[in-house]
Design a binder for this molecule. Structure first.
Ligand code: ZN
Length: 170
């Protein structure tokens, strides 16, 4: 398994892939600078919320919009992760992908800089910062898709018998 200074887990590697898509062969010249910014803690004011991550990088404001899971999808994910500790193993990530509940899909980004290259250096730096944070706390990845701790707590009280397997993974 390929490891990265910002990500040892499948959760973090999702964000590394956003910065460095494997389908693009040429090396993005912004990547080393973006990594350096994240490494030197120049990605600040990081806020992770359902559907949105924001941060400041070199005085520019970055917004990363993440599609929310539907209520039914959130319920399904909540059931998968409810019994897990905070350090969600890669096996849980794999289970979610196989259930067509991939933790990370395409995101939309904005940045206040005027650079014409998109994604810009600042967005890329945020991807690496989020890779590190999601790697340390995989539940942040779930939060970004809309699954909050409160919902999880409520889901653990739903008897399994009430879930219809034929529609559960919709
Ligand atoms: Zn920018």
């Amino acid at each position: 398994m390929v490891t990265d200074e910002f990500a040892d887990s499948a959760w973090g590697r999702d964000w590394i892939r956003l910065a460095q898509p494997v389908r693009i062969a040429r090396v993005n010249p912004l990547i080393p600078r973006a990594r350096s910014l994240a490494r030197r803690h120049q990605v600040t004011e990081v806020v992770v919320a359902p559907g949105l991550a924001t941060a400041d990088v070199e005085a520019h404001a970055v917004r990363i919009t993440v599609p929310l899971w539907t209520t039914q999808q959130r319920d399904a994910v909540g059931m998968v992760v409810a019994a897990e500790h905070d350090d969600l193993p890669d096996a849980v990530h794999r289970d979610l992908v196989e259930a067509r509940l991939a933790p990370l899909v395409d995101v939309e980004t904005t940045c206040t800089c005027v650079g014409r290259t998109r994604p810009c250096l600042h967005v890329l730096a945020c991807f690496f910062e989020l890779a590190r944070r999601v790697d340390e706390r995989p539940r942040l990845a779930l939060l970004l898709r809309g699954l909050t701790r409160r919902e999880e707590a409520e889901l653990t009280r739903i008897p399994l018998a009430r879930i219809d397997p034929s529609t559960f993974y919709g």
